[in-house]
Design a protein around this ligand. Structure first.
Ligand SMILES: Nc1ncnc2c1ncn2[C@@H]1O[C@H](COP(=O)(O)OP(=O)(O)OP(=O)(O)O)[C@@H](O)[C@H]1O
Length: 301
């Protein structure tokens, strides 16, 4: 299948200032790709290049198998900009209906359904929308024509946690319907539960692309097991992936590196009354991993 995004050596200078440097990446059909990086990393620059808002200084890119300059490519994309300029006396609903008329492909009732999901008040004039409501209107216009490819720049900014959850479920629904999603964020925690892969960009360079499921499997997590009677320490000795083992009476504490399978099978021989397993902190692994990568890169240089 053709990649939804394919870039090679994509580079953008703003005058002498580097916005993006030699980006080679691929976004696969049907995946949710989390695009992560701190302020000024080059996320928005990448997104603007994909949408032909700006043109590359160097390098090539293809979007949905075509040239981003082709308006037919643009029509198949839903885009949420990082900074929304929604102003004026027009009501949000009228604005969205106007856009729907221009773009076409918006199913009847779709705008209202999305507004209900996000709890957006569309009777408010655009100039009077709160930051959160502006973001909701931005999301509605990005999703309303059920595009093949959603490009969302900092989609969760300004949304309260419940609305964020609803937004993530909209992303999952879009993926289930066959769409591909690129979403940028400063923090992994905002995208890890919905992303299939994440790419990290820093100082205009893509420093890594990781599979989220593989990352989670690699993660170290702490586990506690409590039994109805004391258990023998030998039953838990030398299990693959189990470290820092402490067996005390009816409790077992350890950390697991990778799959918990061996530990679970060992525990299953006794009566487990309680189990605690902390969610791995992917942000932490990431930071550890990438500070090491950076270290090696510097050492190599
Ligand atoms: N129009 C512009 N003119 C000059 N420099 C720019 C322009 N747009 C971006 N830059 C610079 O390019 C670099 C990348 O910026 P970009 O906006 O792509 O980062 P970002 O990852 O989207 O950051 P943020 O999270 O702050 O939006 C930064 O150093 C920025 O200052």
């Amino acid at each position: 299948m053709t990649a939804v995004v394919e870039t090679e050596g994509l580079t953008k200078y703003y005058g002498r200032r580097r916005g993006l440097d030699d980006l080679t990446m691929e976004i696969r059909p049907g995946e949710v790709f989390g695009y992560l990086g701190p302020n000024g990393a080059g996320k928005t620059t990448t997104i603007r290049l994909l949408l032909d808002v700006i043109r590359p200084s160097r390098g090539t890119l293809r979007v949905l198998g075509g040239d981003p300059r082709d308006p037919r490519v643009r029509a198949r994309i839903g885009y949420l900009p990082g900074e929304l300029a929604l102003e004026g006396r027009e009501k949000a609903r009228d604005y969205l209906e106007f856009l729907a008329g221009v773009r076409g492909g918006v199913a009847p009732g779709r705008i209202e359904a999305l507004a209900e999901r996000l709890e957006a008040d569309l009777s408010v004039r655009m100039g009077k929308l709160s930051k959160g409501n502006k973001q909701k209107v931005g999301l509605i216009q990005a999703f309303m024509h059920d595009p093949e490819f959603l490009i969302l720049d900092e989609p969760t900014s300004g949304l309260d946690p419940l609305v964020q959850q609803e937004f993530l479920s909209m992303v999952r629904d879009a993926r289930a319907g066959g769409a591909t999603v690129l979403m940028s964020s400063h923090v992994l925690a905002e995208v890890e539960h919905v992303s299939d892969r994440v790419g990290i960009v820093r100082g205009g360079r893509l420093v890594a692309v990781e599979d989220v499921a593989a990352l989670r499997e690699k993660a170290v997590r702490r586990v506690e097991l409590h039994f109805d009677a004391p258990v023998p320490a030998e039953a838990f000795a030398d299990l693959p992936g189990v470290r820092d083992l402490k067996v005390e009476g009816a409790s077992v504490r350890c950390t697991i590196d990778g799959r918990p399978d061996a530990l679970i099978k060992a525990a299953a021989r006794f009566t487990v009354v309680h189990m605690v397993s902390a969610e791995p902190d992917l942000e932490e692994i990431f930071l550890t991993y990438y500070s090491e990568e950076m270290h090696h890169a510097h050492a190599g240089a």
